[in-house]
Design a protein around this ligand. Structure first.
Ligand SMILES: Cc1ncc(COP(=O)(O)O)c(C=O)c1O
Length: 364
């Protein structure tokens, strides 16, 4: 059977019973539509391609990484039947592991900073996962990671996905996100010249970079960070920002900046304005990091000039940000890029058939 997620070889899983849930879940993860969005930016007409990752099983790009890691760990017998999964996460990853973990019969514990949105915390709890909230005084994000490690030290059956250092996180995007974008664009006669993605774990940007370096070595791959909290450029936590999901308090071990091009930076208020603009002008209900990525893609397109095609990621929808500043009027600064963007419209490049499960193919 074809699936949207390249899983480990069929003969590897220990039993038929444990393999089948992965095949089913794989049909719900990845193979998302690609939007082609027309805009005017600083007087020039631009097209930005954006992967609509809210179409994944739990509504974000993190399902790709979570399913890949759980499958590989199961095949390698590191994740035993019924064993607990524990992870430190700023939100979407927790939702993915909580849902996929339960679908596969595992209890789940999520450690997260206590300043994340109420929607994210409650969605994780709704899957029956235990949520441990860690305050700034207890170490915030780094404290969350330490607590997950401590749990695994106490109980050897606990499985830690360790998304910040697990190379299967990168592989998930090298094997699915990158090829999907390139093939969807190719089916529309376009070549990917530059890719932009905000860095949380860095799995997305590194995986797509690894794929692109093979198929289109000339393509630019830009990591993106909040201008008001530039961890990637400085190497440590600095300032504060409101783009949940990106720029935690350190450079993740799976990020190799030497493989990437220039770091792009977008102010968090500008990202909020852009996400609001995408929703109110085009009906595209996206999260704050999607607004940042869209602005980053326009900056990359400006660098390339009129010939270049740029793709980025709409990591999730607005649903988890209804209690955040995304729903408030953001004070607009004169240096905001979003004030210079006019959105003209969009079309949809459907799921590509190379990745479609049989029976759902939309073309030959
Ligand atoms: C909303 C959102 N945007 C962007 C990212 C960054 O993705 P990655 O971890 O692959 O760098 C995440 C990761 O959690 C996220 O939740």
């Amino acid at each position: 059977m074809h699936s949207s997620l390249p899983l480990a070889p069929r003969e590897s899983p220990p039993s038929k019973v444990r393999h089948e849930p992965f095949s089913g879940l794989a049909a719900l993860v990845g193979n998302t539509p690609l939007l082609s969005i027309d805009a005017e930016f600083r007087g020039h007409r631009r097209t930005v391609f954006a992967k609509l990752e809210s179409m994944n099983m739990t509504g974000s790009i993190k399902d790709r990484m979570a399913l890949q890691i759980l499958h590989r760990a199961t095949v390698a017998d590191q994740l035993k039947p019924g064993a607990r999964i524990a992870e430190a996460t700023s939100g979407n990853t927790g939702i993915s592991f909580a849902a996929l973990g339960r679908a596969l019969g595992h209890p789940v514990t999520i450690f997260m900073p206590d300043w994340m949105s109420a929607e994210r915390i409650n969605i994780i709890r709704s899957f029956g996962a235990d949520v441990e909230l860690i305050s700034k005084a207890e170490g915030g994000f780094l404290g969350s990671i330490e607590r997950a490690e401590e749990l695994a030290r106490r109980d050897p059956h606990v499985f830690l996905p360790r998304q910040f250092s697990n190379s299967w996180n990168v592989y998930a995007h090298e094997a699915t996100t990158g090829p999907e974008i390139v093939s969807q664009m190719a089916s529309n006669g376009r070549t990917l010249d530059a890719f932009v993605a905000g860095v949380g774990t860095g799995g997305t940007v590194m995986g797509v970079a690894r794929y692109l370096r093979r198929v289109n070595p000339g393509a630019h791959v830009h990591p993106l960070e909040p201008a008001n909290s530039p961890t990637l450029s400085t190497g440590h936590k600095e300032g504060r920002h409101r783009i949940q999901g990106i720029s935690d308090e350190f450079i993740p071990p799976i990020v190799d900046l030497a493989l990437l091009d220039e770091i792009l930076a977008v102010d968090d208020g500008d990202a909020i304005c852009m996400a609001q603009h995408l929703a109110t002008s085009l009906g595209l209900a996206v999260g704050i990091s999607s607004g940042a990525n869209f602005l980053g893609a326009l900056l990359a397109a400006e660098r390339l000039g009129s010939d270049g095609d740029v793709a980025t990621i709409f990591c999730d929808s607005n649903k988890k940000y209804l209690s955040t500043d995304l729903m408030h009027r953001e004070p607009v600064r004169s240096d905001f890029l979003s004030t210079e963007v006019k959105l003209l419209g969009f079309s949809v490049l459907p799921r590509h058939c190379d990745f479609c499960p049989p029976g759902t193919r939309t073309s030959a």
